[in-house]
Design a protein around this ligand. Structure first.
Ligand SMILES: [Zn+2]
Length: 182
């Protein structure tokens, strides 16, 4: 019987043997968790588990049993790879998430650069046309973002306006590498 005197531990019950007062399994395989020992016995063998526990100091046996139970459960679920399969799947997941993170960080940098370039161009445009009429500010934020080198949305009607527009295009072309990287 188990040290409690009520019933044999899960190990002794499965092995159909008497559970001695100093049973090495009893503290780690209580009778109310029979599956725990069943898997460990199936994967490692009761004799090997007993030997491994005897070789360990008392304070490390609980951790060793926990590790064996985890490994045994993994081996039952995945007979080929066991817990290595779970580790491999988690490594793969980490690699995928790191790739995703790197892409998101690159997009973030790209958007910040686009934003600062847009702000610089808009400020530059406002400064260059400050003496002209408001109709001369033909470059909208949308045209800057989508196609910086596209033709003007409205044909300039005077040489003065045209020169303002080309000044804007030159400023945009100066930021060319920003667009190609995004
Ligand atoms: Zn026992």
């Amino acid at each position: 019987m188990s040290p409690s005197g009520l019933s044999p531990c899960a190990a002794c019950k499965l092995l159909r043997r008497r559970c001695a007062q100093d049973c090495i399994f009893a503290p780690y395989f209580p009778p109310d968790e029979p599956q725990k020992f069943a898997f460990v016995h199936k994967v490692f063998g009761a004799s090997n588990v007993s030997k491994m526990l005897q070789d360990l100091p008392l304070h490390q046996r609980g951790d060793a049993v926990g590790s064996m139970v985890y490994e045994a459960n993994a081996r039952v679920r995945d007979p080929v790879y066991g817990c290595v399969g779970a580790i491999s799947a988690l490594h793969q997941q980490i690699a995928q998430l790191q790739t995703q993170l790197a892409i998101s960080q690159a997009e973030n940098v790209c958007l910040r650069m686009q934003h600062s370039a847009m702000v610089t161009n808009i400020v530059g445009q406002n400064h260059s046309v400050s003496s002209a009429t408001t109709a001369a500010t033909t470059i909208t934020s949308e045209s800057i973002k989508i196609s910086p080198a596209s033709s003007p949305p409205a044909a300039p009607s005077s040489p003065d306006r045209e020169s303002h527009h080309f000044r804007g295009i030159e400023a945009l072309e100066a930021t060319g590498p920003l667009w190609t990287t995004c």
